[in-house]
Design a protein around this ligand. Sequence first.
Ligand code: ZN
Length: 246
Amino acid sequence: MRCAIISDIHGNLDALGAVLDAVGDVDALYCAGDVVGYGAEPNECCEVIRERAARAVLGNHDAAAVGLLDRSWFNPSARAAAQWTSDMLTEQNRRFLSGLAPVASAEDFMIFHGTIAEPMNFHYIASPWEARALAFSEMGSAKLAFFGHTHIAEYYAQEEGGIWVDRLSMTDGGMIELKPGFRYVINVGSVGQPRDGNAKASAGIYDRDAATVQILRVEYNIASAQRKIEKAGLPEILARRLALGM
Ligand code: ZN
């Protein structure tokens, strides 16, 4: 059984198409949230996820676009993009996003956007102690979870029954070997707006039989995504940052 886990697409259809091509044939596709927000093709991305994903969870930008989250704490460009996205979304896609939960279980793993604890507060996991308090301590018997939200490809590992949590970067992609006796919380990075200094789109492939998770970094047509953002009249910084991976 091989499945792909993607996150933080952010309305970037160019990146989403490249990632799905690179992932190829898998048994199932899962999305860890933020299908929309920032990018110029929110409806197109929603339609791909609706059609292809076995399950998706709610991201903070999805929630903001459909009125489930107060946008006042967003920075000005994110707020402008959330308003634009909200104006653009079709009724069908609005209903789809509104129906998502922020945490889900699938196969033998969990999927969440920001945290498992207080998921609608959309806190960030960016350190081992946050991973311990906001994910590992809430996983019950699950040994594996995938998330997004920070747009940084990395993972956290904890020995079962232990306290210590290790953090490892996956910015350049690579293979994670899932060792027996350990639990893993894996950030698959962002498809549509990477912020870990690598502008390539990011995605994960979980192979249950091999007990591995591969993080892929995928080149895509950044200039095309930038042109669409500019043409839509979205804040220019949202186009510029794609080339920087920041
Ligand atoms: Zn995001």
